[in-house]
Ligand binder design. Structure first.
Ligand code: CO8
Length: 256
């Protein structure tokens, strides 16, 4: 299997598992990532953590050797399949955390960009190096990277293909935090618990409001926020959270 889906406490853990090719995304890997995301969406996991097998890479991007052998129409289908797969990650009901343990190049960085959060280890090295291959990003990088780090920084990364290391990635907000390599999975679990201790319903509405508002004018974004926050008010968890505050006790959220 090119990916491995396991359970770590209350979380799903997806490990890209082609360490001999630095976890590069061939067709089978993209297909299995999509299947794993579908499975996680139907499970009771409170978040999905994604990482790479081996000690060098999260993911070195699309499989370059495989791309060499296919015709143009198949390449377009491949780009659309990759985009659709990563969009599923973006829309997963529960939040996701990409744990970047080494290289995240090209499609590997684009996978991390489609996750809700990114953590990096000291070995993190991220880039959109497609330009060096005579290509450009095709799995969402030109759309998600500028939304995250701003147009100028994104264009610089896309047009120079330059590698960004851990401290810079943290400084520009490309990763939320850096974690020690040795304890990275435990640290990712602890990070995920900082938000999954709350209602998944409220988390889902808040994520949707932020994601959708980035694509529309402010007035429309505010309308989206008003609608989604009204929906959040209707949940049992909202009643519970406010009652618990008034009664000076810890809330007992049920994700409904
Ligand atoms: N594809 C295929 N094989 C790869 C890839 C890759 N992206 N990256 C590494 N490998 C393989 C190497 O070929 C090598 O295999 P072998 O041992 O059989 O020669 C093995 O993994 C180990 O790699 P290296 O020996 O190169 O390891 P180094 O530590 O020396 O270097 C690097 C690590 C710097 C990460 C280097 O491997 C590298 O530059 N890799 C390519 C990174 C890259 O350019 N990624 C972008 C790919 S394009 C992309 O992602 C576009 C997405 C949109 C696609 C749209 C669809 C049409």
């Amino acid at each position: 299997m090119a990916v491995e889906l396991t359970r770590r406490d209350e979380f799903a853990l997806l490990t890209l598992n082609r360490p001999e090719a630095l976890n590069a995304l061939n067709a089978a890997t993209i297909r299995e990532i999509g299947e794993a995301i579908d499975e996680v969406g139907q499970r009771d996991a409170r978040a999905l953590i994604i990482t790479g097998a081996g000690d060098k890479a999260f993911c070195a991007g699309a499989d370059i050797k495989e791309m060499l052998g296919i015709e143009l129409a198949a390449k377009k289908r491949k780009a659309e399949t990759g985009q659709a797969t990563f969009a599923k990650l973006d829309r997963l009901p529960m939040p996701s955390v990409a744990l970047i343990n080494g290289y995240a190049f090209g499609g590997g960085l684009e996978l991390a960009l489609a996750s809700t959060f990114r953590l990096g280890t000291s070995r993190l090295a991220v880039a959109l190096p497609e330009i060096k291959l005579g290509l450009m990003p095709g799995y969402g990088g030109t759309q998600r990277l500028p939304r995250l780090v701003g147009e100028a920084r994104a264009l610089e990364m896309i047009m120079t293909g330059r590698t960004v290391k851990s401290d810079e990635a943290l400084a520009i907000g490309l990763v939320n935090r850096l974690v020690p390599d040795e304890s990275r999975v435990e640290d990712a679990v602890a990070f995920a618990r900082e938000f999954t201790c709350y209602s998944l319903v409220a988390l889902r509405h808040a994520r949707a409001a932020v994601r959708r508002s980035l694509a529309v004018p402010l007035e429309e974004g505010l309308r989206i926020e008003a609608d989604l926050s009204t929906l959040a008010f209707q949940s049992r968890d909202a009643q519970e959270g406010m009652s618990a505050f008034a009664e000076k006790r810890a809330p007992n959220f049920v994700d409904a």
